[in-house]
Design a protein. Structure first.
Length: 71
């Protein structure tokens, strides 16, 4: 992986398909992971692609969780 590749945060459970693996859109190997758009992709493949295509939003991180306010 390129040192310029961003680390993506994919914590949302919608990134994981519990039903079946599909070929990664980038490397062709099977993966249960999905991008925000539902495109099958390994997280590492998506990170490498994002590093090679800065500014493109094909693969993005989940929004940061809201901070909890404790009373």
């Amino acid at each position: 992986m390129s040192p310029d590749a961003p680390l993506l945060t994919w914590r949302d459970p919608r990134h994981y398909d519990h039903q079946n693996d599909r070929p990664c859109a980038l490397c062709g190997r099977p993966t249960p992971l999905r991008s925000h758009a539902g495109e099958p992709a390994h997280k590492t493949c998506a990170e490498q692609w994002a590093g090679e295509h800065p500014g493109d939003v094909r693969f993005i991180s989940d929004p940061a969780p809201r901070a909890r306010i404790h009373a």
